[in-house]
Design a protein around this ligand. Structure first.
Ligand code: HXC
Length: 514
């Protein structure tokens, strides 16, 4: 073969492989408002930076007519690129090729790029658009997913793992993302379930749409499986690019510093928290009033809204923010909020991101529903996660810090390095009303005017305990500060703790209340 013929053969092979499942399948994909796997990779990566590998890989399956089927690239695109200048390893499942289903060769391409990400110490971005384990390949496809889950687990806390759900994803195509750090979904495009509606109909005789079973809104608002919700693939791409700027390449590095910027003007921190402790406000206003450029990148915005988590910067350094949200259920801690906080705290701790906690909560949510849902076990996760974390931990108590909630929200007792409180802080075992009703029950019931006596006793309790000064007297908090001193307090604490080291007893690993 002449050089010219070799080149022509090469180009025709490439052209055919790059078409994925063929024109018709690609048109079907696009008609659903979905990009193709290669378009997705190109949209996320810096222009021209993506290098694809293993394009020529083929499956070896002979069963169920598979010997007659050519599956270009075995239905997955893998490679390396850069995102906002950060090197990344990526894979994107191609739904136009056998529904992006995962056979052994497909799995081997993914595990190879995962191994690469671990060796290079760079984030892994996986775009999932797959019907899960390829049914025709039987145990080989299950083996493939098993090997992916194993690597997801080994990579956990070593490199950031980002999953993007961009199609109907079933079985392994959702369990692998569940093992990763961040899951992105897009309205009407993303669907996540362990088995699809067909199987549910066969097994349970129930009819349900993919959207109602596990659409993007379900995952972002109800299940909490998704961390970021977008209304289009383009918006999702922007969110991924933004996330990458906040996190480090791996657990040995720190996030890239940015130029320090003051909060945007017009955010008067003194005016955010109402005087009446029962009145709600939005904790995100406080975060935006103290962080650089008032730029708060919220995570799991629509799930467990009584607690807010996300990334921000202080003096150019990434911080992880955890805050009770008084605007929703008074900011109480419940099963979901505990899970949300605990997982985020562990991510920040693994990736050297200092934690800043904003406290204003009446405590853990009482009641039969929560008890039966396991609030003891789930609530313990937050205690565990904060206690275990050795990154700098800074806590600001704004208003209520009652009972277990006070302890759980990164109190000094769980190892906070710096704790400050505003003069409006109330640190007590419970709210003054509840406290007075219990400890002064006899005086109140026996009084000539029980209501007046109750008011008197509530005030007595409030004057004694509903302030930050007892905690300050006993050294549980380091400083009482004015709200407008908060940014300065936090920046200083971040600087002082830049070289913080803290060791823990040697052990194989702890046993968190999963
Ligand atoms: C082989 C598959 C496939 C699969 C889809 N396809 N899923 N091929 N193995 N798992 C193929 C279809 O046969 C079809 O091929 C093409 O992909 C597109 O699929 P459609 O059904 O036409 O698309 P749609 O109507 O959009 O439905 C998508 C779907 C559905 C919801 C994903 O295909 C589905 O329910 N698939 C099975 C899902 C499932 O139960 N997977 C679990 C696997 S178990 P043609 O040739 O017609 O275009 C698993 C174990 C992991 O993953 C372990 C977890 C712990």
């Amino acid at each position: 073969m002449s050089l010219g013929q070799k080149l022509t053969e090469f180009l025709s092979r490439i052209q055919s492989l790059m078409q994925g499942g063929g024109k018709q399948a690609v048109q079907k994909q696009q008609a659903q408002g979905k990009l193709t796997a290669r378009d997705r990779v190109a949209a996320i990566c810096d222009p021209g930076s993506f290098h694809e590998y293993d394009l020529f890989v083929e499956h070896r399956c002979q069963d169920f007519g598979m010997d007659q089927k050519k599956l270009p690239g075995d239905g997955v695109v893998t490679g390396t690129g850069t995102v906002q200048g950060h090197p990344v390893c990526m894979f994107a499942q191609d739904f136009t090729v056998a529904g992006g289903s995962l056979g052994l060769a497909h799995a081997r391409k993914i595990t190879k790029i995962m191994d690469h990400a671990m060796k290079m110490g760079v984030p892994l971005i996986g775009i999932n658009d797959s019907g899960g384990a390829r049914i025709q390949e039987g145990v080989n496809s299950l083996a493939g997913y098993g090997e992916i889950f194993y690597r997801n687990t080994l990579a956990s806390g070593v490199i950031p793992q980002i999953s993007v759900i961009l199609g109907p994803c079933a079985g392994g195509a959702v369990y692998s993302p569940a093992l990763t750090d961040f899951v992105f979904v897009v309205d009407r495009i993303s669907k996540m379930f362990i088995t699809g509606p067909e199987v549910i109909k066969t097994v349970l005789g129930e009819e349900i749409s993919m959207e109602d079973l596990g659409g993007a809104r379900v995952q972002a608002e109800i299940s909490g499986n998704a961390h970021f919700f977008a209304t289009s693939e383009q918006e999702c791409v922007e969110q991924i690019k933004r996330l990458v700027t906040f996190i480090p390449w791996n657990n040995r590095k720190r996030s890239d510093p940015f130029p320090s910027k003051p909060p945007r003007p017009g955010r008067d921190i003194d005016a955010i928290v109402p005087e009446d402790p029962r009145k709600p406000y939005d904790i995100r206003d406080v975060v935006r009033a103290v962080c650089d450029d008032s730029d708060f990148f919220e995570i799991q915005e629509f799930w467990a809204r009584n607690l807010v988590i996300g990334f921000a910067r202080l003096d150019g350094q990434t911080i992880g923010v955890v805050g009770n949200q008084p605007a929703y259920l008074a900011g109480v801690l419940d099963v979901d909020a505990s899970d949300k906080a605990a997982r985020f705290v562990r991510f920040c701790d693994a990736f050297n991101i200092p934690l800043v906690s904003f406290v204003d909560l009446p405590g853990y949510l009482p009641g039969v529903d929560q008890e039966h849902a396991g609030v003891i076990r789930h609530g313990a996760k937050i205690l565990y996660a904060y206690s275990e974390a050795t990154v700098p931990k800074i806590t600001v108590i704004l208003r209520k810090a009652y009972g277990g909630g006070y302890i759980a929200m990164c109190s000094r007792h769980l190892g906070a390095d710096f704790v400050c409180a505003w003069p409006t802080a109330e640190i007590a075992v419970m709210g003054p009303e509840g406290a007075a009703n219990i400890i002064f029950r006899k005086e109140i019931t026996e009084a000539r005017d029980p209501d007046a006596m109750r008011r008197l006793k509530i005030k007595e309790y409030q004057d004694k305990f509903a302030n930050p000064y007892i905690a300050a007297r006993d050294g549980h908090i380091d400083a009482v500060i004015q709200p407008d001193e908060t940014r300065d307090f936090l920046m200083h604490a971040i600087h002082v703790s830049a070289a913080k080291t803290e060791t823990r007893p040697a052990r194989k690993h702890g046993i968190p209340p999963f």
